[in-house]
Each structure stands twice: as structure tokens, then as C-alpha cells.
Design a protein around this ligand. Structure first.
Ligand SMILES: [Zn+2]
Length: 268
């Protein structure tokens, strides 16, 4: 069988709809009563979203169910599926640890609990029957304040055994007002010896060439050749890898401009 590596998979978006639906019903989650029939739930998850922000609401919905207690279950299903059905032997799994902490705790306690989240994910990722190597990328988030993003970078550096880098995720429309801060944060990450990646040029609104020099890899970058092809030589000179996902670009309406496709968004 052919084997693969996946460099860009979100913990909040990688749960198969049927597994998630069964989980909601078994745990008597509020969403279960809203969607008693699986097909309706699947339709809700996969209907087209017009914007990245709207699409990310799906991640938020999943994130709320991923706690210290439930993470081992979700990770076990994810690792099994990646190995058995996709032939993946190396997987970089990205998530914002703060959003998996207990939201009843104080901010300070939640920041402290992020370490436990990373360790639980690291432990659950190791399953001898599915010999797949999983590393984590910790995502700073455009909705989180600077001091929490900084704590995420610090944690990534301290947990280098299971974490291989940091990312910036969340609605890209929010980057603009904090560009200087994000650049400083990437420089800080690099000073700690971390690899960096960032969701950039993923949408027509996410074009921030100012951030390009500070990342080792570019999350998506699909709109660079479409809108700003003059940036490509410098990207090649810096040896920056683009984490592309052609099936998403062809399937998602939120990537439509100027691809002009009208099919469903993919739940991956
Ligand atoms: Zn992503």
C-alpha cells in the first residue's frame, strides 16, 4: 500500500461525522437532540460555508467537546482512521490547547492546564497497533490575547518531545490589526528554536505578505499564485513549503474566489 504524511490536520476538524454524531448521542450532548438523524447532522456539517470565519464555527463546535476526559477517545479514533484508511505514517496534528482546557477554570488555571492537554494528546497518539508517528503543532489563535499566545509558544518549546512547531490560526480577517504582534511572536518562537507556520493566503482576505519572511512553512498559500504571483520567487528562495490541500480548494465555496466552484465544503 502507498503510505503518506499529513502536515496539516486540525484536531477540531478531523473527527469523522458519524463518529462525532455517535459520540454526541452516547454522551447525551445537547446537540444530539437537535440532530436525532445522522443524515441531517451530516448535511449540516457539510453544507457550503461562505467564509472562513463561518467554516471555523464547525471547529469551535467540536473543540467544546474535546476535554481532558474525552481527548483520548477522539485521538484513538483519529489515529486508527489515519493509519487504516489513509495509509498515513506521519501526522502533524494541530490544535489550540487553550480551547481544550476547562472553561470553568480561571484564565491562569486554563493556561496551566494547557500542558496537560498536550501531554494527554501525546500519550493517546501512541498506539502500538497503529505504528504512526504523531507530532503536535500548537496553534496560536487570532482571537486569543497576546499573553495566551505567548504561553502557547512557551509550552511548545517546553514540550519539544511531542510538539514540532507553532502555527497561527483563526479568522484571518483579524490578523491585520495585530500584524506587528504576530511578527514578534514568530520571532520569539524562532528564538526558542521552534519551527513556524501560519495560515496565510488561505482566503482572498488572508493576504499578509508582511508575515511571510517569518514562517518556515505556509498554511495553504493558495491565493499567492492566484493574486500575488510576484511573491513566488522569494518564497522559493527561502525554501518555504506550502501546505496545500487541492481537494478542499476544489470543494469549498469559501475558496471559490476566483476558482468559481459551487460544490460542498469538505469536513476534514
Ligand atoms: Zn488549517
Amino acid at each position: 500500500m502507498s503510505v503518506h504524511a499529513d502536515l496539516h490536520r486540525h484536531l477540531g476538524g478531523s473527527i469523522v461525522p458519524r463518529i462525532f454524531w455517535h459520540y454526541l448521542h452516547r454522551s447525551a450532548n445537547r446537540l444530539a437532540s437537535e440532530y436525532p438523524v445522522f443524515e441531517e447532522f451530516e448535511q449540516y456539517l457539510t453544507r457550503p460555508r461562505a467564509t472562513l470565519t463561518e467554516f471555523l464555527e464547525l471547529h469551535t463546535m467540536v473543540e467544546r467537546t474535546q476535554t481532558l476526559e474525552t481527548l483520548p477517545y477522539f485521538i484513538s479514533k483519529l489515529v486508527r482512521g489515519a493509519f487504516v484508511f489513509e495509509g498515513i505514517l506521519y501526522l502533524e496534528l494541530r490544535h489550540t490547547p487553550y480551547y481544550r482546557t476547562d472553561n470553568h477554570l480561571s484564565e491562569r488555571e486554563r493556561i496551566r492546564q494547557m500542558r496537560e492537554v498536550v501531554r494527554v494528546i501525546g500519550k493517546a497518539s501512541y498506539q502500538p497497533e497503529y505504528p504512526i508517528r504523531v507530532r503536535q503543532i500548537l496553534c496560536m489563535h487570532s482571537r486569543l490575547p497576546e499573553h495566551i499566545n505567548r504561553a502557547i509558544v512557551d509550552l511548545a518549546a517546553q514540550e519539544a518531545g511531542t510538539v514540532c512547531g507553532v502555527d497561527l490560526a483563526g479568522p484571518d480577517t483579524l490578523y491585520q490589526e495585530r500584524l506587528k504582534e504576530h511578527i514578534q511572536m514568530f520571532l520569539y518562537a524562532k528564538s526558542l528554536g521552534l519551527k513556524t507556520t501560519c495560515h496565510l493566503f488561505e482566503t482572498a482576505n488572508g493576504a499578509y505578505p508582511e508575515l511571510l519572511p517569518y514562517v518556515d512553512r505556509i498554511g495553504h498559500g493558495i491565493h499567492i499564485p492566484l493574486q500575488r504571483p510576484e511573491l513566488l520567487p522569494a518564497i522559493a528562495d527561502r525554501g518555504q513549503c506550502l501546505e496545500v490541500c487541492p481537494t478542499s480548494y476544489l470543494g469549498c465555496t469559501m475558496y471559490a474566489y476566483p476558482l468559481n466552484t459551487k460544490t460542498c465544503s469538505r469536513w476534514t
